[in-house]
Unconditional design. Structure first.
Length: 82
């Protein structure tokens, strides 16, 4: 008697080895850490931009931004930092 279900597509999927799972986890962790670092860097830039706009508004022209662009970036800060 042959096993008809043995040829089903869902059974032909190869299981991942523990090494493949570990490397995928490390990649996911690295990607998460990179995402967090990038978001923190953007938040830091926005906070510094806000400080610059308040203390020395003439410097905004020197870095090549308009007042509207600065306001849009500052609006992206969390509400407790605005």
């Amino acid at each position: 008697m042959t096993n008809i279900l043995a040829s089903a597509p869902h059974q032909s999927v190869r299981r991942r080895t523990s090494g493949e799972q570990a490397s995928r986890r490390r990649y996911s962790l690295a990607a998460l850490l990179n995402t967090i670092a990038a978001r923190r860097e953007r938040a830091r830039f926005r906070w510094q931009l806000k400080q610059m706009a308040q203390a020395n508004p003439h410097l905004i022209d020197d870095i090549g931004l308009t007042e509207r662009q600065v306001e849009e970036e500052i609006a992206k800060l969390p509400f407790w930092q605005r």
